[in-house]
Design a protein around this ligand. Structure first.
Ligand code: AMP
Ligand code: GLY
Length: 429
């Protein structure tokens, strides 16, 4: 099989790393890839959003399977373009990608299909949004808080938790001022949910849905979940907050209803659905849908996969997911993200990274995200730079193994969270 992977993050490095382990894989290309992906795949000088060039490349090279990593090309309709040419592609079409691209579409889909989620309302006029939060906060008793979301793709940044009326007004103001671009033309205001989060990823081909093992992300930049929201500072799998009973409840209330929803609405969906779920006192509630693998959840999850990913993805893209049975190791896996100083704000790039070989010599795998090669040296070139991933006999060992590798790596101003996996550890004690 000749496979084209689209994207350049740690998620795509993990996907390429796993794909090349398949005896069925002849060659993996990655557009555009990064310095680490270059060790396992041939990187192409084509942007992840340049659908015309990607399509041309796939036709010229007789690509058997294209795997789309990030949401942007999915929302732009890359799957529709590949389908028109009868090229197997892993991902949902443009219409289905609205589940991630439009929060109001996702909310409507959840309401229609009885999928539990926070109550919400959408507004295109700032005054009405302001009036709405005023009504909410003058109720007796007032809510614990509200969540203001810019409706559209905002790279994970268009969500603001507001704990009082002033914060809610400021958040609405920020959205309508254009801070999140077009994504702020409409805002969704929803109830604040309280609980612990988990990421539930599942494969689907529109007829069958197959959940992957559970995981948990760490969204905040600082230890003990403080500081600003990021794309994710680390992940582990499995997430013990999802007990067997909770998993069944999620399957029944979210995954099966999702599958019925896409069937009823005749949505073309052959890829991954990722439900961000809050486990509340009233049960699981969906915070958001993403139409692609999570980053850094994928790094931890794929470390545990024993099945042949190339075969699994090809079968999904051909609508034959019913033939797939996934095999996993029981060993937990942990991914620690190392980031450039200042992330998620501004940061300096171009610092040489040392200790990568020493880190991998410990047995960990170092997935690259924002790295590049400059004067023959690997340097940091993005906010999230590396995802250092390790397994262990139990969650504590996996955490220790991952940090042992992290401690070998250095570049100027790099930082990482010191408490990845703390919720799993606390639950165990
Ligand atoms: P989203 O992009 O919608 O997943 O939101 C990003 C993050 O904001 C989530 O992972 C949660 O941590 C938080 N969040 C979103 N919606 C809510 C909500 N209704 N209640 C509490 N936290 C939320
Ligand atoms: N880890 C969060 C995301 O991929 O959206």
């Amino acid at each position: 099989m000749r496979i084209l992977v689209i994207g350049s993050g740690g998620r795509e490095h993990a996907i390429c790393w796993k794909l090349v382990q398949s005896p069925k894989t002849e060659k993996v290309y990655c557009a555009p890839g990064n310095a680490g992906i270059a060790n396992v795949a041939e990187c192409l000088d084509i942007a992840a959003t340049d659908i015309d060039k990607l399509l041309k490349f796939a036709k010229e090279k007789y690509i058997n399977l294209t795997v789309v990593g990030p949401e942007a090309p999915l929302c732009d309709g890359i799957v529709d373009a590949f389908r028109r040419e009868n090229l197997p592609v892993f991902g949902p079409d443009k219409s289905s990608a609205r589940l991630e691209g439009s929060k109001s579409f996702a909310k409507m889909f959840m309401m229609k299909n009885g999928i539990p989620t926070a109550a919400s309302r959408g507004f295109t006029e700032e005054v009405q949004a302001i009036a709405h939060v005023k009504t909410l906060f003058t109720a007796n008793p007032p809510p614990k808080g509200v969540v203001v979301k810019a409706d559209g793709l905002a790279a994970g940044k268009g969500v603001i938790l507001a704990y009082n009326l002033k914060e809610a007004n400021d958040a609405i103001n920020l959205c309508f001022r254009g801070t999140f671009g077009d994504a702020g033309k409409k805002v969704i205001i929803e109830d604040l949910l309280v609980g612990e989060e988990t990421s539930i990823l599942a494969l689907t081909d529109g007829n069958t849905i197959v959940p992957l093992v559970t995981s948990q992300d760490h969204k905040r930049a600082g230890d003990r979940d403080t500081g600003p929201n990021t794309g994710g500072m680390g992940a582990y799998s499995p997430a013990p907050v999802v007990t067997e009973k909770m998993f069944q409840e999620i399957d029944e209330k979210v995954l099966q209803k999702f599958l019925k929803g896409i069937k009823d609405e005749k949505l073309y969906y052959r890829g991954i659905i990722y439900a961000g779920i809050m486990i509340t006192a009233e049960g699981p509630k969906v915070l958001e849908f993403n139409v692609r693998f999570g980053d850094p959840e994928t790094q931890a999850v794929l470390m545990r996969l024993e099945s042949d990913l190339a075969e699994v993805m090809l079968k999904t893209s051909l609508g034959r997911l019913n033939e797939v049975k996934l095999k996993w190791t029981d060993e937990p896996a942990v991914c620690i993200v190392m980031a450039s100083g200042g992330y998620p704000g501004s940061y300096k790039k171009g610092f040489p990274i040392t200790g990568l070989e020493e880190a991998e010599a410990t047995g960990a795998v170092v997935f690259h995200a924002g790295t590049a090669i400059q004067d023959g040296k690997i340097v940091n070139s993005g906010g999230r730079v590396l995802g250092v991933t390790a397994k262990g006999a139990n969650i504590k060992d996996a955490i220790d193994n991952a940090y042992k590798a992290v401690n070998e790596i250095y570049w100027l101003e790099c930082f990482f969270r010191k408490d990845i996996g703390h919720k799993a550890l606390e639950r165990k004690q």
